[in-house]
Design a protein around this ligand. Structure first.
Ligand code: IMP
Length: 191
């Protein structure tokens, strides 16, 4: 069975594909020929996830799901949060965002943070939401080269490694997106 994941992000696609295993074929926006830059203008993760999924349903008339993720840092009052993608400005990349967080966290003692993901699924016109969260700390410097985004500076509780020092499999088993995706797959398996 094919499921459309409304994302251009190849890292996210691979993570979700690994979790889905051979039960489902996950197709992303590239796979369905959609090059559009889908707006993310809501002020919540749930709102953005739904906005992305609804865009694809409206334009292509196919069921799909989308995710939105935020890194919430206690000492920064929950920032970058829902603005994680463009934290260092509209034209920024992953490295700019990560460096901005490290600069703001310089000398800060409380390094508690969490990743939250919300997945919105639109299936036969009905909306479903799935959430995942993982707690940890922001490291003093980047470590590791796997993953993407803020992975090199996020160390989950109970681990000595950052997400970027883990294999995809290790990250998927405990991550925000892994948890939310498992919930999505549980529903898809039971329909
Ligand atoms: P998005 O809007 O869901 O694509 O996520 C916002 C931003 O959060 C992305 O641009 C990444 O920088 C970051 N992000 C999302 N998921 C992850 C992850 O699993 N690890 C590290 N950073 C992530």
């Amino acid at each position: 069975m094919n499921i459309i994941f409304a994302t251009h992000n190849q890292h996210k696609t691979e993570e979700v594909r690994q979790i889905a295993g051979n039960k489902f074929t996950i197709l992303n926006l590239h796979d369905i020929g959609c090059r559009d830059d889908i707006p993310e203008t809501a002020d919540t993760l749930q709102g953005n996830a739904l906005q992305k999924a609804q865009y694809v349903v409206d334009k292509f008339g196919i069921d799909c799901f989308a995710d939105d993720t935020g890194l919430e840092i206690e000492a920064l009052n929950g920032a970058p949060g829902v603005y994680s993608a463009r934290y260092a400005g509209a034209a920024c990349n992953f490295q700019d965002n990560l460096e901005k967080v490290l600069r703001e966290m310089e000398g800060v003692e409380n390094r508690r943070a969490c990743f939250k993901t919300v997945i919105a699924l639109i299936l036969n016109g009905k909306q479903h939401f799935f959430e995942g969260r993982i707690d940890g700390i922001i490291t003093a410097a980047p470590r590791g080269t796997n993953g993407f985004g803020y992975d090199p500076i996020f160390q989950p509780d109970g681990y000595e490694k950052t997400f970027a020092q883990m294999t995809d499999d290790e990250k998927n088993k405990i991550s925000h997106r892994g948890i939310a995706t498992e919930k999505l797959m549980a529903l898809m398996t039971n329909i």
